[in-house]
Design a protein around this ligand. Structure first.
Ligand code: IMP
Length: 423
C-alpha cells in the first residue's frame, strides 16, 4: 500500500494571507483536513455556494461529505465559540458530528483565560501585543505550566478540574487588581458548549491520522496565523503563542517529519500585519491607505485595520527557510493593479549595517527597496497564465528568482475562478 503524505498549507508571513480563498482548490485532493495550531484567534473566510462562512476552529474540509476533519492536539478550543461556529454550519445544512474529530489532547480556553488575556494586555500598556482577546496566550501558558484543562478532561471528573483552574485564574486576577469583570452569562454559555462538545468524537487523533496515512490516505494540515507569529520563529514577543510553522504540523498532530510531503506557503503580493510589533515595510502614507482600501485589509476576527506595506523579501525568504516551503501560493496580485511602480523590500538597514537575513529583533530596521514596473492592467478577469500582462509575469519571475521557490498558484481576484494554477 502506498503510504499517504501530509501536505501543509501555511500562511508564511503575518497571517491573513487568504487561505480560505484557495482551500476549495486544496481540500478535494485530501481525505483528512487537520488543524494543528491556534484556535478562535483565526478567521478563515470561505465563500461557498454564494454563502460566506468564517471558520475559526473548524477545518475547511467540513463542507465535503466523506472527509474527516480533525482539530489536533496543538490547537486550543473555546467550547462556547466552537458551539456558535458549529451551529452556524448546522443551520446551513452541514452535518458535523461524523465529520469532525477533536483531539483529547487539545487544550480548552476557559472564560477566565479571556479575562487574563485582557488583564495581561492592560498590564503591558504601550507594549501590548494587540492580541485578539480570545485567551490564546494564557491557555498556551497553562499548557506549558502543566495546569491546563484538556478536551479529554470533559469526559473525566470535569467539574472539579474546571473549578480548580478557574480559582487559580481568579487569584491571579486579584493579584493583578483586575477585578472588573462578570462572567456569569459567559460561563453559562461556555458550560453549554462543554455539553455540546460531548456529542463529537473526542478521540486520540494522532492514531487516527497515522492510521489514515498507513492506509495511503492523504492529509492536509491547515495552518492558522502566519510564520512570523510563531512563538519561536516569529517577531517575539509580538507573536501568537503556538507553533504556526511546519515544525508545528508534526507536534500539533502527532505525525513524524518524514510523513510530510509538500509545504505550500501562502503570501500576498504585498504585506500586512494586524496588532502590535515591528513591521519594517509598514507604509503610513496614502499608498498604505490605498493598499488597505483596495485589498479590504480589515481583520476577520476583530475588524481592526490591518497595517499595510510592500512585499518584504527578507521576511519571505526567512519564512521559506524555516518552513521548508516547496511551493508558493501568491494571493491578491490584483490589489497592485493601479501602481506605476511597485516596491519590493530586498534588505533591511540600521546604523550603517545592511542585512538580508531576518534579524533577531526587527525593531528599528528600515527597508531597502528595489523598484519594479507596475502592469496597469486589471488582473481580475485573467484566467490563464498566457494572458498575464508582461510586467506581472516579470513580478512573479522576480519573486521566484529571489526566493528560489516556484509560485504554483496565483490568485488575481476574490472569485473562485480567479485562481491560476501554474504547471
Ligand atoms: P493572539 O493570538 O490573540 O494572542 O494574538 C497575538 C498576535 O497575533 C496579535 O498581534 C494578533 O493580531 C495576531 N494574530 C492572531 N491571530 C491572527 C490571525 O489569524 N491573523 C493575523 N494575525 C493574528
Amino acid at each position: 500500500m502506498t503510504k499517504g503524505k501530509v501536505d501543509a498549507l501555511l500562511g508564511i508571513v503575518f497571517g491573513d494571507e487568504g487561505k480560505g480563498k484557495v482551500v476549495d482548490y486544496f481540500t478535494p485532493r485530501y481525505d483528512v483536513v487537520a488543524r494543528f495550531a491556534g484556535g478562535p484567534n483565526a478567521g478563515h473566510t470561505i465563500i461557498f455556494d454564494g454563502k460566506k462562512f468564517v471558520l475559526r476552529s473548524i477545518p475547511s474540509g467540513i463542507f465535503d461529505e466523506g472527509k474527516i476533519n480533525i482539530i489536533g492536539n496543538g490547537c486550543v478550543i473555546a467550547p462556547d465559540l466552537f458551539m456558535a461556529e458549529a451551529h452556524e454550519l448546522e443551520a446551513a445544512g452541514y452535518e458535523l458530528t461524523e465529520r469532525l474529530h477533536i483531539s483529547r489532547r487539545a487544550h480548552l480556553i476557559l472564560p477566565t483565560h479571556r479575562v487574563l488575556d485582557r488583564a495581561y494586555e492592560a498590564a503591558k500598556g504601550k507594549n501590548k501585543v494587540g492580541t485578539t482577546g480570545k485567551g490564546i496566550g494564557p491557555t498556551y501558558s497553562d499548557k506549558a505550566q502543566r495546569v491546563g484543562l484538556r478536551v479529554g478532561d470533559i469526559l473525566n471528573n470535569f467539574e472539579e478540574k474546571y473549578r480548580a483552574l478557574k480559582a487559580r485564574h481568579e487569584q491571579i486576577l486579584r493579584d493583578l487588581h483586575f477585578t472588573d469583570y462578570d462572567l456569569t452569562e459567559e460561563e453559562e454559555n461556555w458550560l453549554k458548549g462543554i455539553e455540546y462538545m460531548r456529542k463529537f468524537h473526542l478521540t486520540d487523533t494522532e492514531f487516527e491520522i497515522n492510521r489514515a496515512l498507513a492506509e495511503g490516505k492523504n492529509v492536509l494540515a491547515e495552518g492558522a496565523q502566519g510564520s512570523l507569529l510563531d512563538i519561536d520563529h516569529g517577531t517575539y514577543p509580538y507573536v501568537s503563542s503556538s507553533s504556526t510553522t511546519s515544525g508545528g504540523v508534526c507536534t500539533g498532530l502527532g505525525i513524524a517529519p518524514n510523513t510530510i510531503g509538500h509545504i505550500f506557503g501562502i503570501f500576498k503580493a504585498y504585506s500586512t500585519r494586524v496588532g502590535g510589533g515591528p513591521f519594517p515595510v509598514e507604509l503610513f502614507d496614502e499608498t498604505g491607505d490605498t493598499l488597505r482600501h483596495i485589498g479590504n485589509e480589515y481583520g476577520a476576527v476583530t475588524g481592526r485595520n490591518r497595517r499595510c506595506g510592500w512585499l518584504d523579501l527578507v521576511a519571505l525568504k526567512y519564512a521559506i527557510m524555516i518552513n521548508g516551503v516547496t511551493d508558493l501560493v501568491m494571493m491578491k496580485g490584483d490589489v497592485l493593479d493601479g501602481f506605476d511602480t511597485i516596491k519590493v523590500c530586498t534588505a533591511y538597514t540600521k546604523d550603517g549595517v545592511t542585512t538580508t537575513d531576518m534579524p533577531y529583533d526587527t525593531a528599528g530596521w528600515e527597508p531597502v527597496y528595489e523598484d519594479v514596473p507596475g502592469w496597469h492592467t486589471p488582473l481580475t478577469a485573467v484566467r490563464e497564465e498566457k494572458d498575464f500582462p508582461k510586467a506581472f509575469a516579470d513580478y512573479i519571475a522576480y519573486i521566484e528568482q529571489a526566493t528560489g521557490t516556484p509560485i504554483r498558484i496565483v490568485s488575481v481576484g476574490p472569485d473562485r475562478e480567479a485562481t491560476i494554477i501554474r504547471a
